[in-house]
Design a protein around this ligand. Structure first.
Ligand code: KG4
Ligand code: ZN
Length: 337
């Protein structure tokens, strides 16, 4: 079964061909980082325009790299949301045009389902049920993954952020520290040179037993600390701030994930999404999983950030479960799992 995946929900134009869901034949990613860097973040209109000029070449490269012609594809899986609507529309229009012209089925995929399935690509033994911690620029959720069919109830959200996503907090802290965009990898690198105990930022745990997250207070705490020191002429040790912020994020993610493992009793944990590329988070969750007797699965960094292999993988399971979308499929800025 050959699935062509297409992903354009933010600033990566991506296409991939997967064989039987988990075997990658090609995975092409055209990043727009250089284009948005000067603006300090993703500019939606510019992202859409770049997807438009890049998508056909990326799809051709994915088919060429896999050594398959478009008529050999069994189905086309495409991100339908959540994300930047104008950006998603480019991938969606491309997928629909191909589905119509080639007479192939179309499968719309939720972006976070894609991130979760990213853990399956390199870990062939990973099967539901498992717990997923999905941490990206737009999401921070703990998800009970019961099956991959794409039907209601197959994935149950145990908790989510009530305000900023973890990646969003990383990007904003990077901006206040003058590190530029994208912030996550830069804070990750700088934190290695700092002392995580030098500056303390509050860990927001919310109500007892809650598996929800809140990172906007932490982000504001960092901004206030940095701005008030600068205003009063005191030095700011950027590496210590980065390390202190990161430690606070990881303490909260670790505590809630341990709680979710206890509640669900799952023995497998998948850490997915762009922030799963974070070295300190990977190390901490490895230690947590070891202590809890749980097997931890983390995709390689290329499958943590946005890519189309994960969309093709998620699309494969939905397709096998009989799900199809019509050519009237819409793009969604927000979309429940
Ligand atoms: O999953 P993703 O590529 O796009 C979304 O779906 O949002 O995640 C992007 C997010 C950005 O906020 C980026 O700063 C963050 O992931 N990120 C990281 C690291 N690499 C990417 N955050 C912390 N440490 C990293 N090494
Ligand atoms: Zn993503």
């Amino acid at each position: 079964m050959l699935i062509l995946g297409i992903e354009t929900s933010c600033d990566e134009t991506a296409a991939a061909v997967m064989l039987d869901g988990r075997t990658e034949l090609s995975n092409v990613i055209a990043s727009q980082i250089d284009v948005h860097e000067v603006f300090g973040g993703v500019v939606p209109e510019i992202a859409s325009r770049h997807h438009l000029t890049t998508i056909n070449g990326v799809v051709e490269a994915a088919l060429g790299g896999a050594g398959v012609s478009s008529d050999k594809i069994d189905a086309i899986a495409v991100t339908k949301g959540p994300g930047l609507v104008g950006a998603i529309l480019i991938g969606l229009a491309t997928a629909k045009a191909m589905a119509f012209a080639l007479g192939k089925p179309l499968v719309g995929v939720h972006h976070i389902r894609g991130h979760i399935c990213a853990a399956l690509i390199e870990h062939k033994e990973l099967e539901p049920p498992f717990l997923a911690l999905a941490v990206s620029g737009g999401h921070t959720s703990l998800i009970d993954v019961r099956n991959l069919s794409g039907s209601p109830g197959d994935m149950f959200v145990l908790g989510s952020t009530r305000d900023d996503a973890a990646g969003e907090a990383y990007d904003k802290v990077a901006r206040v520290l003058g590190l530029g965009y994208p912030g996550g990898p830069k804070v990750d690198a700088l934190a290695k040179e700092g002392d995580p105990g030098a500056v303390f930022f509050k860990r927001v745990m919310l109500e007892d037993g809650s598996l929800d997250f809140s990172f906007s207070g932490l982000k504001t705490g960092v901004m206030n600390y940095v701005n008030s020191r600068r205003q009063s002429g005191q030095p700011v040790n950027e590496a210590d701030v980065a390390a202190g912020f990161q430690e606070a994020v990881i303490d909260v993610l670790s505590a809630k994930t341990r709680m979710a493992l206890q509640i669900t009793g799952h023995k497998s944990l998948a850490l997915v999404g762009g922030v799963a590329a974070n070295s300190a988070l990977r190390t901490r969750l490895e230690a947590d999983a070891g202590q809890a007797g749980v097997r931890l699965y983390i995709p390689s960094p290329v499958y943590c950030t946005d890519n189309a292999a994960m969309i093709a993988c998620a699309g494969y399971y939905q397709y096998m479960a009989g799900l199809r979308d019509s050519l009237a499929l819409d793009a969604f800025a927000t979309l429940p799992l």
